[in-house]
Design a protein around this ligand. Structure first.
Ligand code: FAD
Length: 418
């Protein structure tokens, strides 16, 4: 019952870390509360994860699963006046032109099964109930479905427990972003009229005045639909998630036309208060990865990309620490710096998304200095390391700031015409 590494949670972050460490010859146990396949939201992936799938040796399995191949995204103004499409092939120095739109129950199972095949011990229907992270040892108290409690020990622990954030909650490290307290309601719809060809594969975002919708094609007839609003707004409606989703769709002509003739085939799910970070992402013998480390609003589909990136980097750091334990502190601090930087980049974009001048600017793309392709590249998962990308992003931010004062691009109401 002693392992090199214990991983809490078998979502994309946990299974990525487990597969990497098992491939490196480490003894790994993944403790997962649910029995897979299980429903999960977060269906639109980014092209930069494709490289990681290749490194994990799982790209072919994902391709063979028949998920929709995603070519980009479309942003529409809620007033119906403007729309713009980003194709990943047009991103700044684009290397990957596609990603996938995935049904998470199937996708997560492929990843978790792969971790098992690589040699990780996966214990489903088993929950981590408490931890002891005192220096020198880490132990986890776990309980399996039949309720029998056990204790396991490990050299290192990676917390990949998603928004449950087991270690963050245990140590009181979680902090929320006050301006990003949002609420989402969502469901799957069948028999939708989805355009054929490349445009039928895009993630669509419809930006209303105080809310936005996502439309994600999961097959040639199935759509994932969700609407995101301020938590306060949701509370003020005093309605069930079903009533809220129906009401927002009814009030938005663009959504009505996209959903014409379709029917809801799942219950309406809801997620609230979901943007937060942790004051630190590591301790002497533990790291956090994926949503357990921090969660940023899903508008740019960055969640799974960050989870896989975090899982991979955490595995690298722990593998190196197992080789040279004295280096652990430095390796873990470097891991944290890297992750915080990438999450910070997405956070900037997410905060901007909720400002009207940002939406007005992206809906009026002008081809100069390749600024639009640079934004496109970041939204595909390019982490903005090169100077040539960074100065274009600065220029873009400058244009957005100017738009606040002088209308360089047309002003939009974002409210549907009555
Ligand atoms: C409304 C909404 C829309 C989103 N849309 C997108 C999108 O389009 N694209 C995108 O990339 N991302 C999206 N995301 C984000 C995405 O869902 C997450 O970022 C992603 O699932 C994170 O993966 P993870 O492995 O960190 O966590 P998870 O996928 O949540 O996995 C964590 C696992 O840990 C297990 N667990 C939790 N607690 C315990 C415990 N105590 N013991 C044992 N196991 C435990 C859980 O059962 C779960 O399986 C969205 C999120 C929300 C809320």
């Amino acid at each position: 019952m002693h392992y090199d590494v214990a991983i809490i949670g078998g979502g994309p972050a946990g299974s990525t870390a487990a597969a990497m460490l098992a491939k490196a010859g480490r003894s790994v146990v993944v403790i997962e509360r649910e029995k897979f396949p299980r429903f999960h939201i977060g269906e639109s992936l980014l092209p930069f994860s494709m490289d990681a799938f290749e490194r994990l040796g799982i790209l072919k399995k994902i391709q063979d699963a028949g998920f929709v191949v995603k070519h980009g995204a479309e942003i529409c103004s809620g007033c119906g006046e403007k729309e713009t499409r980003f194709y990943f092939k047009d991103g700044f120095r684009s290397r990957r032109a596609t990603a996938f739109q995935v049904t998470r129950s199937e996708f997560d199972k492929i990843l978790l099964d792969h971790a098992r095949e690589c040699g990780a011990l996966v214990r489903e229907e088993t929950i981590v109930t408490s931890l002891d992270l005192s220096a020198g040892s880490t132990s986890l108290s776990i309980a399996s479905a039949d309720g029998s409690p056990e204790t396991i020990t490990a050299g290192y622990v990676i917390d990949c427990s998603g928004r449950n954030s087991v270690i963050g909650s245990h140590l009181g490290l979680k902090e929320s972003y006050p301006s990003l307290q949002k609420f989402a309601v969502y469901a799957h719809f069948e028999d939708a009229q989805i355009p054929e060809g490349v445009d039928g594969t895009l993630t669509r975002m419809v930006r209303g005045e105080d809310h936005w919708f996502w439309i994600i094609p999961l097959s040639s007839t199935k759509l994932s639909i969700g609407v995101v609003m301020d938590t306060e707004k949701y509370k003020s409606l005093r309605s069930t998630p079903e009533q809220v989703l129906e009401r927002f769709i009814r009030d938005q002509p663009l959504m009505q036309s996209r959903l014409l003739g379709s029917r809801r085939v799942t219950k309406v799910y809801a997620s609230g208060d979901y943007s937060y970070r942790n004051r630190t992402l590591h301790g002497d013998r533990w790291l956090m990865a994926g949503d357990a480390a921090g969660f940023i609003d899903p508008v740019f589909s960055s969640g799974v990309f960050l989870a896989i990136l975090g899982g991979e980097k955490a595995a690298e750091a722990i593998d190196a620490a197992l080789r040279s334990p004295r280096e652990a502190r430095r390796l873990f601090a470097r891991y944290e710096r890297h992750l915080v930087k990438v999450m910070g980049l997405y956070l900037k974009f997410v905060l901007a998304w909720y400002r009207k001048e940002f939406v007005e600017t992206v809906l009026a793309p002008r081809e100069f200095f390749e600024v639009v392709p640079a934004v496109n590249a970041v939204l595909a998962g390019n982490m903005g390391k090169s100077f040539s990308l960074r100065w274009r992003l600065w220029l873009f931010q400058l244009i957005v700031r100017l738009q606040r004062i002088v209308p360089i691009c047309p002003r939009l109401t974002l409210v549907p015409r009555s």
